[in-house]
Every structure is written in C-alpha cells, then in structure tokens.
Design a protein around this ligand. Structure first.
Ligand code: G3H
Ligand code: 13P
Ligand code: ZN
Length: 311
C-alpha cells in the first residue's frame, strides 16, 4: 500500500468511535519507534512533520524514512505537514510527496483564515492531498511562538468555515495546549466538551482534530526527575478525557510531547545505568524502545485504533 491521505482513515475512525494517532517525527529512531508499535498492533497512523522538524532533519531524509516504513510494514500511513504556516510551505510539501497538510491560519482574522485555507485546499485537492484547518487558538509553545491563553473555538463559525474552505478536517481549541506544562500546579484539567458537542451537532460526520493532546505520563516524568531532570510541574491531558474525545467526533489526536518525554526518559535512564556508554546506538536504541512503549500505550489506552489498519 502506498502512502495514503486521511479520507478513508477518518471515515472509518468516525464510524468506529476511535481516533488515529498523529505523531511528530524528527529522526530515524522516532520514525522506527512509532512504526514498530503500529506494526505490532496493526494500527493505521499519521506521521507528521512540523516546519522546524523539516528544517532540522531535511525533507528528503524524513520522506525516505517514512517511505521505508510504508514499504516495510504495508500499513496505511499518511505523511502530514503539521502547522503549515503559509501556502508556499504547504505547496512545497504537496509537490514533494506529502499526502496531507495542515494550514494553520488560526492566528488570522476569520476572513483571512478562510481565504488562506481555501487557497491551500484548491491546490491540495487537485493533487489528492487532504487538508486540516484550524479555528480557535491553543495555548502553549509551538514553533517558537508562545500563546498565553486559549481562544476557544466559536462553534457558530464552524459550518461557514468548512463550507467556504472545503477543508477535510478541523482542529478546534477546547482547552488542550502544546507542550508538557498544560495546566498550572493545582489547577484542575478541564476540556470544553460542550464546545466539541456543539461542533459535532453542527457538522455531523465531520472529522475533528485535537492538537496539544499529550498526557504527560507520570511513569516517564518520574524517570526524568530521578535521573537528573527537572520536570516536576509537567501536567498533561487526562487519558479518560482523550478517550471520551476519541469516542466523539475527534478522529486525529496529535502527540509530540509524550514522545519527547519518553525518549528523554529512556536516554537518561540508559546513561544513569551505563555511565561508560558512548555508542549512540546504545542510548538512542533505548530511546527508540521507549518511543515504541509509549506509542503502544497510546494506541491501547487512548486512541482505540489497534487492529484497524486493514479493516
Ligand atoms: O505543535 C507543535 C509540535 O509539537 C511540533 O513542535 O515545531 O518544535 O517541531 P516543533
Ligand atoms: P503535544 O505538545 O501535546 O504533544 O501536542 C503536539 C501537537 O499538537 C503537534 O501539532
Ligand atoms: Zn499542534
């Protein structure tokens, strides 16, 4: 099976009441760690690349690693641009083999967001590439921009946005946020399920995306803290909330921070237990195993997409 776009994946996920994991990739160990987990559990997957990941690892390297994963596993894999910041970047990714792009116009006015998203959709659809748009704005750090406060999605805008742009999926802001420090210590994690429900009522059958959806699993944070790190205040989205979202209209759940935390925990543990090691294959190998472990955990405990690769 070649790379796929997100159309079929989302249709099945919506009908099946589960979500597809969209995991950020930056290097070979991360790609392999994710794909090994998906292969073992027969899970469809979205591998996503941010603008800064593309600069770091370079397009050809990431693209060919993802193609190797497709060839090795035969899994349905979509290669997605995360937080596309311009038409030009989206076009470049479409022209060079991505099967899905996000155009993130969430910081623009409603009309400007529509105009930019529509332009990307027209180009993408002519190339069989699916497009994710965003309405509302998440808090947190993303591509060096720090957004202080969530601007919740206004459900009253979603039908007009989707019909005027033609987007295939929509990211909404309901209280998730980017990074590992999503809530202040003592603050009760809360998501606005009322907004998600209203969006669902207004857009029946339409796939919704949750960014900033890492759970910040204590098992990994504890290892980081035990071995010299300082992540005491890290707080993520409770898993039961993500499960609830996945059973509703949310078909794509974005995870980056949980991968970063797991890999860092694995590497810190490795060095603490093997202070004489200096072969990158040894510590990166343990980092890769930690990625596989956390992705399996996500598939089984949050996403519910195990076994759906070849439905
Ligand atoms: O939402 C942003 C992702 O976590 C990607 O982060 O731009 O540091 O690669 P990055
Ligand atoms: P996290 O920081 O919660 O992993 O979110 C990642 C994300 O939304 C990538 O677009
Ligand atoms: Zn994001």
């Amino acid at each position: 099976m070649p790379l796929v776009n997100t159309t079929e994946m989302f249709k099945k996920a919506y009908e099946g009441g589960y979500a597809i994991g969209a995991f950020n990739v930056n290097n070979m160990e991360i790609v392999q760690g994710i794909v090994d987990a998906c292969n073992e559990l027969k899970a469809p997957v979205i591998l996503q690349v941010s603008g800064s990941a593309r600069k770091y690892a370079r397009h050809k390297y990431l693209y060919n690693m993802v193609m190797a994963a497709v060839e090795e596993t035969g899994l349905p894999i979509a290669l997605h641009l995360d937080h596309g910041s311009s038409f030009e970047l989206c076009k470049d990714c479409i022209d060079s083999g991505f099967t899905s792009v996000m155009i993130d116009g969430s910081h623009l006015s409603f009309e400007e967001n529509i105009e930019l998203t529509k332009k990307v959709v027209e180009y993408a659809h002519a190339h069989n590439v699916t497009v994710e748009g965003e309405l509302g704005q998440l808090a947190g750090i993303e591509d060096e921009v720090n957004v202080e406060k969530t601007s919740y999605t206004d459900p009253g805008q979603v039908e007009e946005f989707v019909s005027r742009t033609g987007v295939d999926s929509l990211a909404i802001a309901i209280g998730t946020s980017h990074g590992a420090f999503k809530f202040k210590p003592g603050q009760k994690p809360e998501l606005r399920f009322d907004i998600l429900q209203e969006v669902m009522d207004r857009l029946p059958g339409f796939p919704i995306v949750l960014h900033g959806a890492s759970s910040v699993l204590p098992e990994y944070v504890e290892l980081i803290n035990k071995y010299g790190g300082q992540m005491d205040d890290a707080i993520g989205i409770p898993e039961e909330m993500l499960r609830k979202a996945a059973s509703m209209a949310v078909c794509k759940i974005n995870v980056d921070s949980d991968l970063r935390i797991a890999m860092t925990a694995g590497i810190r543990k490795h060095f603490a237990e093997n202070p004489k090691h200096f072969d990158p294959r040894q510590y990166l190998g343990e980092g890769r195993e930690f990625i596989t472990k956390v992705v399996k955990h996500k598939i089984e405990n949050v996403l519910g997409c195990a076994g759906h690769a070849f439905d």
